[in-house]
Design a protein around this ligand. Structure first.
Ligand code: SF4
Ligand code: SF4
Length: 220
């Protein structure tokens, strides 16, 4: 799931400077789960915008606005109101916002910050465990990603900053387990400690070029 966080309202307002008529586009999937872009969050934002004197021309909450064709189809019935708008305020992630800019010729303003690909551990609790590096290496750790869970992305660890199982980036408010201690414990539990001694070569980061793309061949 793509994790998003609403921008401070003053920042949203600043991005709408000089624009009165605003159409909103939300997302009923990831952004809804993050309470940033579902129907409730979008309606709440509409009320706040109205209180600031903005004229909200309409809104649409799309099921997966990261899907360009779905966005195009779902925005079609709103065309008249979109045409009357100065800009489109998007409460979906950056991918959703750019689907909107691909299909609508109006300035797009993001209402949220897109943070990371997150695991949902329970409602409202999101954790980053994969940074989509393009070549998954978690076979050698038996399932824990060092690229993401280690603050330095080390393929061989732990580093000298580990202290009592915690990473050196830990603070009192935000303790962080050292990923390499977690990896050691996992390998030990699964009787694979021999793997811990294998030195991993440098990772080929060119496997993930930006902007990346994947075009699947049609199956016959
Ligand atoms: S190695 Fe880590 S960042 Fe890369 S794909 Fe696997 S889980 Fe994701
Ligand atoms: S202490 Fe552990 S998690 Fe933190 S940077 Fe060093 S190896 Fe990575």
């Amino acid at each position: 799931m793509i994790i998003t966080k609403q921008k401070p309202f003053q920042e949203i307002l600043k991005s709408l400077e000089g624009e009165t008529n605003i159409f909103l586009v939300g997302c009923s999937v990831c952004a809804d789960e993050c309470q940033t872009g579902g129907e409730c969050a979008t309606k709440e934002l509409i009320e706040t915008l109205k209180a600031e004197g903005k004229n909200v021309t309409g809104f649409a909450v799309i099921n997966s606005p990261c899907h360009v064709l779905v966005t195009k189809k779902d925005l079609k019935p709103h065309r008249e109101f979109i045409d009357k708008s100065d800009s489109i305020l998007v409460t979906a992630c950056g991918a959703g916002a750019q689907s909107v800019s691909e299909v609508i010729e109006k300035p797009v303003r993001p209402a949220v910050d897109t943070l990371f690909l997150g695991n949902v551990e329970r409602h409202g609790h999101f954790y980053e465990h994969c940074s989509m590096c393009g070549e998954c290496v978690i076979a050698f750790t038996d399932g824990i990603c060092p690229i993401t869970n280690c603050a330095k992305g080390l393929l061989n660890g732990p580093c000298g900053g580990m202290n009592k199982g915690k990473c050196e980036i830990s603070t009192e408010d935000r303790p962080v387990d050292c990923a390499w201690v977690l990896i050691y414990e996992r390998l030990k539990k699964l009787n694979h400690l021999d793997k811990f001694k294998n030195i991993q070569p440098a990772k080929n980061y060119s496997k993930h070029l930006k902007p990346d793309r994947l075009i699947l061949e049609r199956k016959k």
